[in-house]
Write a protein that binds this ligand. Structure first.
Ligand SMILES: CC(C)(COP(=O)(O)OP(=O)(O)OC[C@H]1O[C@@H](n2cnc3c(N)ncnc32)[C@H](O)[C@@H]1OP(=O)(O)O)[C@@H](O)C(=O)NCCC(=O)NCCS
Length: 168
């Protein structure tokens, strides 16, 4: 397995994943659902790559890096790291968002992908803990977090706020 940063060579597999990913699934949003390959190559991919070192982006925008989990030649999931917290992220989506391809769920990819993403996030994120948010009815994602050492740090009506100490 490999967690590979978004790149131009993998454009077709990344597009195929992105265009199929729902616009909003359990709070994981994707504005590019249904995008054509042409639009992806010309507009979406350059934008997503640039988010790691944003230029001309609004003040609130935090650098964000996209990674894809590969099992041999199959792209099985996406993991996004937001490099630091703002007030909105602290009380919202946190540092990491992820999804696994529908036909590949329940095989351990979510757990292993988050494990690998955390290894990278530990060296990027300045905060002492990695912040995550999950819908209360999303049992699979809660397990993915718990499998990676998360603890319950708070909740609101619809979400649990989970954290993973960086030095665990
Ligand atoms: C959440 C998600 C990433 C989990 O990925 P996954 O590859 O299925 O996760 P794993 O295979 O590592 O499974 C983790 C645990 O959840 C369990 N699980 C998987 N699907 C489940 C389901 N539908 N209901 C209940 N438990 C489930 C697994 O059995 C496993 O349990 P275990 O740790 O006791 O063995 C995937 O379901 C997904 O992409 N969902 C849509 C997007 C999303 O919700 N993203 C997260 C937002 S916070």
């Amino acid at each position: 397995m490999e967690l590979r940063k978004i790149n131009i060579q993998d454009a077709h597999a990344q597009w195929e994943y992105t265009t199929a990913l729902p616009a909003d699934e359990n709070g994981l949003t994707n504005p590019y659902h249904g995008v054509t390959y042409d639009e992806y190559k010309k507009l979406v991919l350059p934008a997503l790559i640039s988010y790691e070192h944003p230029v001309n982006m609004p003040e609130w925008f935090v650098p964000e890096t996209y990674y894809y989990l590969w099992d041999e030649d199959r792209l099985v999931g996406e993991f996004r790291i937001r490099h630091r917290l703002t007030e909105a992220l602290r009380n919202g989506a946190g540092h990491i968002g992820y999804s696994i391809r529908k036909g590949e769920r329940g095989k351990g990819y979510g757990t292993e992908g988050l494990r690998r993403t955390l290894q990278i996030a530990r060296s990027i994120v300045p905060e002492e803990e990695i912040y995550l948010r999950v819908n209360k009815d999303n049992i699979a994602s809660q397990k993915v977090m718990l499998n990676n050492g998360a603890y319950l740090a708070g909740e609101d009506e619809a979400h649990f706020f989970m954290r993973i100490p960086k030095n665990r």
